[in-house]
Design a binder for this molecule. Structure first.
Ligand code: AMP
Length: 215
C-alpha cells in the first residue's frame, strides 16, 4: 500500500503518517526528515541544503528524487510506505510515476489534508521533534505533548524545535506550497486517486477520515 500525504506545512502530515505507520506496519518516508539527517554531514552540499530549508524554499528536485529512489528500494518498503512531504512539485510527481512504472508499482491513495492557514500556522510554535526517532510532539496540545517536559517519551532525550518553525519562514514555506505543491491536487485528481480530508479538526478525527477510506 503506497500512500501520499499532501498538505500545507504544519497541517499534520507527519503526525498522521506516524499513526498510519503503526496501524498498517509500513514505514513513514519523510523527505524533510531525510534531508535533516543529510544536513548533519557538515560538507558543502549539506550546508547548502540546510540553508535552503532554513529559508523555507524547496530543495532541488534532483536531490529529492535521488533520496526517494534510494529509500523506496530499501527492504522495509517492500509492502508499501507512507510518503510525507513528497512529491512537492509536478516534476517530482512525474519522476516518481516513472520510477513506479519501472518496478511495476503504483500509488494507492493520495490524501489531501485541507486546513485553514491560520490553524496550521498556530501549530508551529508548539511543535517539537525527537532528534533520534523523529516522533512529533506539540507542547500546546494535550494529546500531543510529551509525558515529561521537553523529553521524548520513547527515547528520553531532549526534543528539538525546528529552526524553520517560525512565523517568518512559515510564510515562505506556505507560499512555496501554494506555488509548487498545490497544483498536485489537480494532478492526482485526474488520476482518480485523490481524497480530500478535513484537517481543521483534531488529529483523531483527521485519522478517522483517512482510515474509513482505506478500510
Ligand atoms: P517538512 O519536514 O516536510 O516540513 O520539510 C522541511 C523542508 O525540507 C521544506 O521546507 C523543504 O525545504 C525541504 N523539503 C522536504 N521535502 C521536500 C521535497 N519533496 N522537495 C523539496 N524540498 C523538500
Amino acid at each position: 500500500m503506497n500512500i501520499i500525504l499532501l498538505a500545507p506545512p504544519a497541517a499534520g502530515k507527519g503526525t498522521e503518517a506516524q499513526i498510519l505507520t503503526k496501524e498498517y506496519s509500513i514505514p513513514q518516508i519523510s523527505t524533510g526528515d531525510l534531508l535533516r539527517g543529510a544536513t548533519e554531514k557538515g560538507d558543502a552540499l549539506s550546508n547548502e541544503i540546510k540553508l535552503i530549508m532554513e529559508q523555507g524554499k524547496l530543495v532541488s528536485d534532483e536531490i529529492i528524487i535521488e533520496l526517494i529512489k534510494n529509500r523506496i528500494n530499501e527492504e522495509d518498503c517492500k509492502n508499501g510506505y507512507i510518503l510525507d512531504g513528497f512529491p512537492r512539485t509536478i516534476n517530482q510527481a512525474e519522476k516518481y510515476d516513472e520510477m513506479l512504472e519501472e518496478i511495476g508499482n503504483k500509488i494507492d491513495y493520495v490524501f489531501a489534508i485541507d486546513i485553514d492557514k491560520s490553524i496550521a500556522s498556530s501549530r508551529i510554535t508548539g511543535r517539537r521533534t525527537c532528534p533520534n526517532c523523529n516522533r512529533i510532539y506539540n507542547v500546546n496540545s494535550d494529546k500531543l505533548k510529551p509525558r515529561n517536559e521537553n523529553l521524548c517519551d520513547d527515547c528520553n532525550i531532549e526534543l528539538k524545535h525546528r529552526k524553520d518553525d517560525n512565523a517568518e519562514t512559515y510564510e515562505k514555506r506556505y507560499n512555496a506550497y501554494l506555488e509548487e505543491t498545490a497544483p498536485l491536487i489537480n494532478y492526482f485528481e485526474k488520476k482518480n486517486i485523490l481524497y480530500h480530508i478535513d484537517g481543521n479538526v483534531d488529529m483523531c478525527n483527521t485519522h478517522k477520515q483517512i482510515k474509513d477510506i482505506i478500510d
